[in-house]
Design a binder for this molecule. Structure first.
Ligand SMILES: Nc1ncnc2c1ncn2[C@@H]1O[C@H](COP(=O)(O)OP(=O)(O)OP(=O)(O)O)[C@@H](O)[C@H]1O
Ligand SMILES: [Mg+2]
Length: 318
């Protein structure tokens, strides 16, 4: 039986008030007194920034996802940017609470942000790929179109996601029983107008213009290496994601077991050097390869735009 603890009920007095959000220019209209119970068993995810549980709304019995992150600038940034993207293809945030941690594993006296989100019942795209191996092209196009719509809404707001990968694309079933894809995890996201140069990334999916700022792998960066990146780093992530979706493997990988990045992998990413091995790509259309090869290009300005992706034959013909 699932163990349910009444946690959020007890912490509700500390929720962000409307005014506090307003004065900090964080979130405009949150003024919820809704109460939730945290479902302690089998978390939905356990990532670098926090744990994701299920929680139940006490009034409606509806189940939501609850992401718990440390209460700091990065945590607030994640909430602000995700909330700003009002799109069908971005996971909606329903409620946010800030208080001293009461959840399993929380550090005594430390404040956390409890982010209540719409539950995406079909899990993340990485789990979907693992379950199906590579997916059919028609399904891949159906999902990728929605990811592109989600990215369009972010980029229109001047927001860069910066961590596009299958684990951060969540799936649910729509009313028409069709699979619905939504972007999630804005933990690395930033605003383009801030001229970002910060180095945080997931190795397999990172764009060359972000990776080259990491002095661990590039100790003597040129001024070009250090120039700000922009929304086009998401186009690279999309290219890696489509490749992975179709084959179940990533185009860039570490050749040393247990190492996430190696000098060869660094070099391959910087030069967009990857292959379409025949045994992995057998039966997959040349249109799919053509699209990927127009996304995984070192110079961001040579990559297709989101609008061009939607007009590519691979998308139009599937
Ligand atoms: N709204 C949701 N509905 C269903 N599952 C979710 C939801 N939000 C997150 N998850 C699950 O939890 C996982 C981790 O969430 P998220 O990516 O937001 O956390 P993270 O700590 O930033 O992760 P990482 O550092 O690994 O990228 C997701 O990959 C997904 O499987
Ligand atoms: Mg994640």
């Amino acid at each position: 039986m699932e163990q349910v603890i009444s946690m959020l009920r007890t912490i509700n007095p500390n929720f962000f008030t409307k005014n506090e959000f307003k004065s900090q220019n964080i979130i405009q209209e949150i003024d919820s007194r809704t109460q939730y119970d945290l479902v302690q068993s089998s978390p939905l995810g356990n990532g670098a920034t926090g744990v994701v549980y299920r929680c139940i709304c006490k009034e409606t019995n509806k189940i939501y996802a609850l992401k718990i992150v440390r209460d700091n600038k990065d945590g607030l940034n994640e909430i602000v940017l995700q909330r700003r993207c009002n799109s069908e293809n971005v996971v909606p945030i329903i409620d946010v609470f800030r208080c001293v941690g009461h959840h399993p594993g929380s550090k005594p006296g430390v404040k956390y942000l409890y982010i209540v989100m719409e539950l995406q019942r079909e899990g993340n795209l990485f789990q979907f790929i693992k379950c199906h191996g590579g997916v059919r092209e028609e399904t891949a196009v159906h999902l990728m179109k929605q990811v592109v719509y989600g990215l369009q809404s972010l980029h229109k707001q001047g927001i860069i996601h910066k961590d596009l990968k299958p684990e951060n694309i969540l799936l649910s079933e729509g009313e028409d029983k069709e699979l619905c894809a939504k972007l999630s995890d804005f933990g690395f996201s930033c605003q383009e107008k801030s001229h970002p140069t910060r180095v945080e990334y997931t190795p397999y999916y990172v764009a060359p213009e972000v990776l080259c700022k990491d002095r661990q792998y590039n100790p003597y960066p040129t001024s070009m290496d250090l120039a700000p990146y922009d929304h086009r780093c998401d186009i690279w992530g999309l290219g890696v994601t489509i490749y992975t979706l179709l084959t179940g493997i990533t185009p860039f990988y570490s050749e040393i077991n247990g190492r996430v990045m190696t000098p060869i992998m660094y070099d391959n990413i910087q030069n967009a050097r990857y292959k379409f091995p025949e045994y992995q790509w057998r039966g997959i259309s040349t249109n799919a390869k053509d699209l990927i090869s127009k996304l995984l290009i070192t110079d961001p300005k040579d990559r297709l735009t989101l609008r061009q992706i939607l007009k590519h034959p691979w998308v139009l013909e599937n």
